[in-house]
Design a protein around this ligand. Structure first.
Ligand SMILES: Nc1ncnc2c1ncn2[C@@H]1O[C@H](COP(=O)(O)OP(=O)(O)OP(=O)(O)O)[C@@H](O)[C@H]1O
Ligand SMILES: [Mg+2]
Length: 409
């Protein structure tokens, strides 16, 4: 029987559980999916443990029903505006061995990089080695087996407030599932939508969901910068409620049915019918006005993304441009707005390497969910409880992630 993988993408507007079989050549066949409206979530973080757990439970039950498999453990997504990322250096003296640099040497260098960067209130989510330097020779991807005296690592670290992580874990456990690993949403999405060529050349993943816009910059095959912006599709809908004075469910429906992000592309004279509050009669508004309201907010999102790219310091190094995903990436005209604001090539990314359910393979909203599965398939996952600081003061639980990254298979 094929190896089964399970993932729960806990978003602000939807919870999506996926069950998949790992096929040969990193392909996945999705055999179960459960997507339900999220509850108890705000801007990517848990704000109501009980409600969030119930939504997770409902999504699990649906995925179990469809796949016929009981889900006991899963990889889970994490977002939230308090997620922070930093690049850190660590170094060590290589232990003497006839086989050259060993995993232990790499572990020590990584631990040194962590030691510098971590604070007590934040917990580590990812520690990704970007590149190694051996005796001054830089740009080394995998130093294991090389000879040298001094090993340095450049690591990208993603951290989250410990309480935010604890709340998420509590919800998933309350739904009866063991957490195998927690992965930042934009990193997961990157696994699903990027081509190896894009990752190598330099590219930005922008996952525009309901509550947040998650950003990750990939260069030379690995992640160099990550960030969360606290604006997403919910705010677009909220703007429609306020500007057009209409109830939220009708505004959401209007956005999905007629929404467009680029007003310059909408003909004068086109109209759409909208609903009002209370006994207000239905009325017509120009579609251009609708696009202007949506376009303003989408532009604001990309301005913030641009600021994040500038802040990263890698602005000139991203020839592959921007790959959009998340539910809001389905908005018509969004690519043109992104291109105009960011002045970079833009495409909308859908999950790669998945068979089975068509909807999953063609919808950018499932990028994160599929990415979680692919992450687990490619790098393995860490077991719950091993993630914490070990008694000897080191982050032992994390060794597996970086070792698997540089030594796939
Ligand atoms: N066709 C569409 N056009 C415009 N917006 C859409 C479309 N389909 C979905 N959306 C919007 O996408 C958002 C949901 O996206 P997604 O499912 O990626 O979010 P999420 O994962 O729940 O949230 P987050 O990742 O921010 O925590 C909603 O705001 C929804 O209105
Ligand atoms: Mg999401």
């Amino acid at each position: 029987m094929e190896r089964m993988l399970f993932a729960i993408d806990v978003g602000t507007t939807k919870v999506c559980t996926l069950a998949a079989e790992a096929l040969s050549g990193e392909e996945l066949r999705v055999v179960g999916m459960g997507t339900v409206p999220a509850r108890g979530m705000q801007k990517g973080s848990v704000v109501g443990v009980e409600e969030a757990a119930q939504a997770i439970q409902a999504s699990l039950a649906e995925a179990e029903r469809m796949s016929g498999v009981k889900i006991e453990q899963a990889v889970v997504s994490l977002s939230g505006v308090q997620i922070a990322s930093v690049n850190s250096r660590g170094s060590t003296i290589v232990s003497r061995s006839a086989r050259g640099i060993s995993k232990d040497d790499v572990d020590r260098a990584m631990e040194a990089a962590l030691g510098i960067a971590l604070s007590a209130s934040h917990e580590l989510v990812h520690s990704v080695p970007r590149s190694f330097t051996v005796d001054g020779q830089d740009g080394i991807r995998n130093p294991i087996g090389m000879f040298g005296h001094r090993l340095e690592v450049e690591a990208h670290l993603v951290t989250t407030p410990a309480n935010a992580m604890a709340n998420l874990m509590k919800c998933v456990r309350a739904a009866g599932v063991q957490v195998e690993g927690v992965i930042f949403q934009a990193l997961a999405a990157g696994e699903a939508i990027l081509t190896p060529e894009e990752r190598e050349s330099g590219v930005v993943v922008v996952d525009i969901g309901g509550g947040t816009t998650d950003v990750a910059i990939f260069l030379e095959g690995s992640v160099w910068h990550s960030a969360v912006i606290g604006i997403g599709g919910q705010l677009i809908t909220r703007d429609l409620v306020i500007c057009l004075q209409m109830p939220a469910p009708a505004a959401e429906e209007l956005k999905l049915r007629c929404g467009y992000a680029d007003p310059s592309d909408v003909m004068e004279g086109e109209v759409v019918e909208i609903e009002g509050f209370g006994d207000q009669p239905r009325r017509s508004i120009p579609r251009k006005l609708l696009a202007e309201i949506i376009g303003d907010r989408v532009e604001q999102i990309f301005i913030r993304v641009g600021e994040e790219i500038t802040r990263s310091g890698y602005a000139g190094l991203l020839p592959a441009g921007v790959v959009l995903c998340g539910g809001t990436a389905q908005l018509g005209g969004i690519r043109a707005v992104a291109r105009r604001v960011l002045n970079m090539p833009v495409r909308v990314g859908t999950p790669r390497g998945v068979r089975g359910l068509m909807d999953v393979a063609t919808n950018p909203a499932y990028a994160c969910g599929v990415g979680l599965l692919q992450w687990a398939n490619r790098y393995g996952v860490h077991v719950d409880g091993r993630r914490r600081l070990a008694d000897d003061g080191t982050w032992r639980g994390w060794l597996k992630e970086w070792v698997n990254r540089i030594l796939p298979g």
